[in-house]
Every structure is written in C-alpha cells, then in structure tokens.
Design a protein around this ligand. Sequence first.
Ligand code: AMP
Ligand code: MN
Ligand code: MN
Ligand code: MN
Length: 284
Amino acid sequence: MSATVQNVDLHCHSTVSDGVLTPSEIAARAKANGVDLWALTDHDEVSGIPQARAAAQDLGLGYVTGVEISVTWAGKTIHIVGLNFDEKNQGLIDGLAKTRSGRERRAQDMAADLLNKAGLPNTYHGALKYVGNPDLISRSHFARYLVEIGACASVSDAFRHFLTEGKPGYVPHRWATLQEAVGWIRGAGGVAVVAHPGRYDLTPLALDAFFLEFKALGGLAIETVTGSHSLDQYEKFTKIAYQYGFLASRGSDFHSPQDAEVDIGCLSALPQLVRPVWDAWIPA
Ligand code: AMP
Ligand code: MN
Ligand code: MN
Ligand code: MN
C-alpha cells in the first residue's frame, strides 16, 4: 500500500505555532503542490489538528496527526516530531502544556535583552502582533518584527544577528527532556522522529550518544529529506538511519510562503536504502 503514497510531507507549521498560514490554508497548499500524505507539526501544540484533519478530509488529502516537541538534551535544543498519535491523549496534552508554559516569561526576557544589548524597544509587543496563539510566542515572531522595523533584512538575518546563542535576544531555556517527549508520543500511540538531525551543534560522538539514547527510549525514525538539510545531508542521514536501524521521514518544515526555502511537498524522494516512516502505520 505504501507504494501508492508518492509525495509525503510530514513537517510544517501553521498560525497555531510559528507559521503564517492557517491549518486549512496549508492543507490547500499541500494539495495544490501534489502532496498525498500530510502532517501538520506545530511546535509543542496539537490544537490545530481538528482544523487540519477536517480540511484534509474535504480535499481528499491523506492525513496523520503531528507535533514537533522542543527538547533540551545535553544543554542543546533538539526537536522531536511525533506522528500518527491520538491527540486526545491526556499525558501528551499535559506534557505539551508544560512545555509551552515557559514561553511567555522567556519572551519577556528576550525583549529585555534586546533592549539592553541592542537598544531595541518594545519588541515583546511587536512580536505579539505576529502571534496566532498566545501560548506559543516564539523566536520566529520576534524575527518577523525585527524585519518589520528594519533592524534586519530577512528572517534568517534576524537569527544570524539576534536571537541565537551569544547574540542579543538569546535567552537560554529548558524544554522537555528527551525521555518525556518520546514517552508522551509513544504513550499516545505515536511514532517519535528526530527532526532535522543535521541542524544540531553536536560532535559526532555526542550525536551517536543521542541517537543511541533516542533508540533505547523507543524512538523509531529520523528525518533524512527535510527543508533544513542540504542535499549532502540527505545522503549522510540516510546512511546514518540505515546504520542505526531507523525509519526515514520527509518534510519541508514549511513556515511561510515569504521565507520558505522549501515549499510544502517540494522535496526529493526518500532514498531507497531505508524504509519510510509511514511503513510504521501503513504496512508495505
Ligand atoms: P523557538 O521555539 O521559540 O526557540 O523558535 C524556534 C524556531 O525558530 C524554529 O522552529 C524555526 O522556525 C525558527 N528558526 C530557528 N533558527 C532559524 C534560522 N536560522 N532561520 C530561520 N528560522 C529559524
Ligand atoms: Mn518553527
Ligand atoms: Mn525544528
Ligand atoms: Mn519545524
């Protein structure tokens, strides 16, 4: 059956987190771009799922539930995608609420830091104009405001000059543990996937320790073909998936038509070396 699934995109964001399109608008865009299996994976939040599912159903678009959970591992932020779970599971809902709960305080501290170190006033209220879900203020919203006021030329510039380690507006934050995130996803019947593993600032030794721990906790897959990887990294992480016995996932990490490096559904096919993650719920 999985042979009939051609264009799969299992990673993107709506206004429910730091994307700029609503769940239904993304569903329509995914359909128009030829996607036939889709997951919306908002950061630390599942409240967009009912709208996403209904829109997908109306469009005849294959759909599975998704989320992207923020994790702190060895002092670094790592993202874990959960797929094909029951979004009504209480353990998952409570865990995500706990993960979101520090964002408000962090945003105020970020604004104070931007004022102190870069003389930029009122960035908290500026960022809020871009927030669709008051529970989910993120660095992306600050980045959009910094572009609006001309402090940066683009969102990626905003992350280059602000908001990242060592730069004004960066505030260290403790997210969920790896064990919690994988546990919440598995407890809700889902599959845990390492998001964009090429993006983390980990030595090869630390990355190995991370993958082994993720696997021991019951993690099943890693993203290989993602909008956050270079073409070289598609191959590198496909080989890594093979070595560790992980399934492979594919997703654009689409946030916005303006800033998108990769549009939804517009990615290379998964290399054949490893089985796709959707084989975990659609048997081959
Ligand atoms: P937060 O969860 O508030 O720390 O924000 C993380 C989000 O910021 C990520 O999910 C990306 O959407 C965005 N982000 C992080 N780094 C960059 C970057 N270099 N360029 C563009 N967006 C980024
Ligand atoms: Mn994001
Ligand atoms: Mn991510
Ligand atoms: Mn993402």
